[in-house]
Design a protein around this ligand. Structure first.
Ligand SMILES: Nc1ncnc2c1ncn2[C@@H]1O[C@H](COP(=O)(O)OP(=O)(O)OP(=O)(O)O)[C@@H](O)[C@H]1O
Length: 314
């Protein structure tokens, strides 16, 4: 796995606040990395540091191995940034907006029409290309702003709350685009969001930021394994389980039975890998297994547990 972004004890203080407090993390190529945190936790400051727009007070950060402090313009030529309030020229058409920003990014006049058409098509805006942006819906403006950030074909995209203020349908459309950019175009995506279910759908890894500190970082599976010592499992049988079947589940290593409700046994197991041995034990005792479902912890459960604990203890 190639490291694309690396922060090493990165720290940023303003005269009266510490915005980023000695954080370290890595983002790999093609990842959708979610930066989660409440308002004022330091997300925007971190994006600005990683793009070389702000200088760290101490510590280091590298993008493609280049130091953000000394190689900001080299880095910015390879990143696309969508800020929380994307500024588009309302009186210009979608096409003219993209052409304008394309020129700004140094795309040659001969390449601009092709690139503009590609971007409008990727964002499902081709049929509105010649209309002024002032008449666009919020969702359309947001897709155009993503297109703008992609004009120079950057391998990394920083998206700050890309679906804030959008209705569920437009949000889903933007999420689908983000997913396509990562899977089909191999873009590395750094997604700042408050939206936990969105992060759960999109991100391969998340970092939880609070008052400038990373409280936890990892994939959702990794975080749940580290936070919770057992996986909840629901096992449904065709008929009510016999005492022998219940005992067989109870006797399997790593299992704690919580309750038996009709045809369903609810239990916790210390490791998902023990599930096949539970299935074997039930079948051996003549249980007619109908369904077994290990329940994953949601990102919301993980997030609030981490916030309550003030960080990961393991
Ligand atoms: N230029 C600045 N000068 C002084 N303080 C700043 C500056 N920029 C950010 N801060 C402070 O740093 C902290 C982190 O702010 P930041 O904007 O990075 O948070 P955020 O997580 O992006 O918030 P939001 O979700 O509301 O956008 C806040 O306390 C903020 O007031």
């Amino acid at each position: 796995m190639t490291t694309i972004i690396q922060a090493d004890n990165l720290h940023k203080s303003f005269p009266t606040t510490t915005a980023i407090d000695h954080i370290s993390f890595e983002v790999f190529e093609g990842e959708v990395f979610g930066l989660l945190g409440p308002n004022g936790s330091g997300k925007t400051t971190l994006v600005r540091l990683l793009n070389g727009v702000l200088t760290p007070t101490s510590g280091r950060a590298y993008v493609f191995g280049k130091d953000v402090t000394t190689d900001g313009s080299w880095i910015r030529a390879r990143t696309g940034v969508l800020t929380e309030t994307p500024s588009l020229y309302e009186r210009l058409t979608a096409k003219k907006n993209l052409s304008f920003f394309g020129r700004f990014y140094g795309i040659t006049d001969s390449e601009i029409p092709k690139r503009t058409d590609e971007m409008l098509s990727l964002m499902h805006l081709s049929d509105r290309a010649d209309e002024p942006v002032g008449g666009f819906s919020k969702g359309m403006k947001q897709r155009l702003a993503i297109a703008r950030a992609l004009m120079h074909d950057p391998p990394i995209l920083f998206l700050d709350e890309p679906t804030s203020g959008l209705d569920p349908e437009s949000s889903r459309q933007v999420e689908d685009i983000i997913q396509e950019l990562a899977s089909d175009e191999q873009k590395t995506i750094f997604l700042c969001t408050h939206n936990l279910s969105q992060a759960e759908r999109l991100c391969s890894k998340v970092a939880m930021l609070n008052t400038g500190k990373i409280l936890a970082e990892g994939s959702i599976q990794d975080l749940s394994r580290r936070l919770f010592s057992a996986v909840p499992v629901e096992m449904e049988l065709l008929n009510e389980p016999s005492p022998a079947v219940i005992q067989a589940v109870r006797n399997t290593r790593g299992v704690t039975v919580d309750s038996v409700e009709g045809t369903t046994i609810l239990f916790h197991v210390t490791d998902k890998e023990l599930i096949p041995s539970i299935i074997r034990a039930v079948i051996q005792e003549g249980g007619d297994m109908f369904r077994i479902a290990p329940q994953d912890y949601s990102l919301e459960e993980i997030y609030f547990t981490v916030q309550r604990q003030g960080g990961m203890t393991v």
